[in-house]
Design a protein around this ligand. Structure first.
Ligand SMILES: [Zn+2]
Ligand SMILES: [Zn+2]
Length: 360
């Protein structure tokens, strides 16, 4: 299938229109037209080759909402016209202990990333959701439940599941005391989801600037981390702290905030962190850990949960030709809180700019 999208060809070149092919449908494949695609911080990191594993050209995008346009002969779960979603992975071995548990993101052979990875069968490079069409095996396609706003659901597929998975892993529910460090794409979802699960939620931020925003998305309060008195008072006040800060930072001030057996879970890919004191960890049996996305079953649970509770990301809709400008704003954290690309703005080679090729 011939298709087209936007690709970067080197770490310092902008995203530009790009034509390429999607594979012919395998028996268990679902082909979809992409309707909306979220813009994740990882997209920017990968385009810039910040983690040194980018394969160029790269077509980013792993927060994908689409509509099924064709299915392989063996597909049983989806039919043409269904609203579907795809997140950060498109394949895994499906046979190891982790895959069998539904934790495909932890596959012993490594999950296959939605973009800039190698297909398990053909070894072709995978291309993501900044494109008109996508072909994915049905086991890695999610169902978008009725009632979930298609135009806003895309960020659930990465920002949503990345924060939902630790909330579920550490059994957050009514009565849980949850802290959220950082109020960006991930942070605002962590607040909404923790509140939706019934937790008491505190945003932890360097200044009071984001207090109104924090309360507006469902937090109970904001704790200013540079206020020594407030930090002293908040000692042992949390069962779980989700740290969403996307750059290197000092974790030491946050450790005493955890109660005994409390957990600080890092979800931002920051690489090396600052030197860490074991004192508060040992004295309070506190833990630091990290967490990636969730498995397919948990991601479906998240979509169903959000539909039921009417939880949606705060989105700013952009056109695909605004993507490079959006990246500049992302670098300055100038987004409330997630860009979503309206993929009907993506026109194919030879089509008039502005002509809508989406028939839905
Ligand atoms: Zn992401
Ligand atoms: Zn596996």
């Amino acid at each position: 299938m011939k298709t087209f999208g936007y690709a970067a060809h080197s770490p310092d070149s902008p995203l530009v229109p790009y034509s390429f092919e999607r594979r012919d449908l395998r028996e268990n494949d679902v082909a979809m037209e992409v309707l909306y695609c979220g813009v994740c911080h990882s997209d920017l990191h990968m385009v810039q080759n910040d983690w040194d594993w980018t394969i160029y050209p790269i077509v980013p995008g792993h927060e994908i909402i689409g509509r099924v346009i064709a299915t392989g002969s063996g597909v049983t779960r989806y039919k043409t016209g269904d609203a579907v979603a795809v997140g950060c992975m498109v394949d895994s071995c499906m046979e190891c202990d982790q895959c069998k548990k539904g934790e495909e993101q932890l596959c012993r052979e490594g999950m296959t990333g939605t973009y800039s990875a190698y297909d398990r069968i053909t070894h072709e490079v995978t291309y993501g959701g900044y494109s008109k069409h996508l072909v994915v095996r049905e086991e890695f396609v999610l169902r978008v439940p009725d009632g979930l706003d298609l135009s806003k659901a895309a960020p659930l597929l990465c920002a949503g599941i990345t924060t939902y998975s630790p909330l579920r892993t550490w059994n957050v529910g009514p009565g849980s005391r949850v802290g959220v460090i950082g109020m960006g794409g991930l942070g605002h979802m962590a607040v909404k989801l923790a509140a939706g699960l019934g937790a008491d939620v505190t945003v932890i931020s360097r200044t009071k600037n984001k207090e109104a925003d924090a309360l507006a998305v469902g937090a109970d309060r904001l704790l200013v981390s540079t206020d020594a008195t407030a930090m002293e008072k908040a000692q042992s006040a949390f069962d779980l702290i989700i740290d969403t800060v996307p750059v290197k930072h000092d974790l030491n001030p946050y450790m005493p905030l955890l109660d005994i057996d409390g957990t600080l879970v890092i979800v931002g890919q920051v690489g090396p962190v600052s030197t860490l004191s074991t004192v508060p960890m040992i004295l309070g049996r506190r833990r630091i850990t990290a967490s990636p996305i969730g498995g397919i079953r948990e991601t479906q649970e998240l979509l169903d949960f959000c539909a039921k509770k009417n939880i949606l990301p705060e989105c700013e809709m952009i056109r695909i030709d605004e993507i490079n400008k959006a990246y500049e704003r992302l670098k300055r954290s100038d987004v409330h809180y997630r860009f979503v690309i309206d993929m009907s703005s993506l026109t194919g080679p030879g089509e008039n700019i502005g002509q809508n090729v989406c028939q839905n």
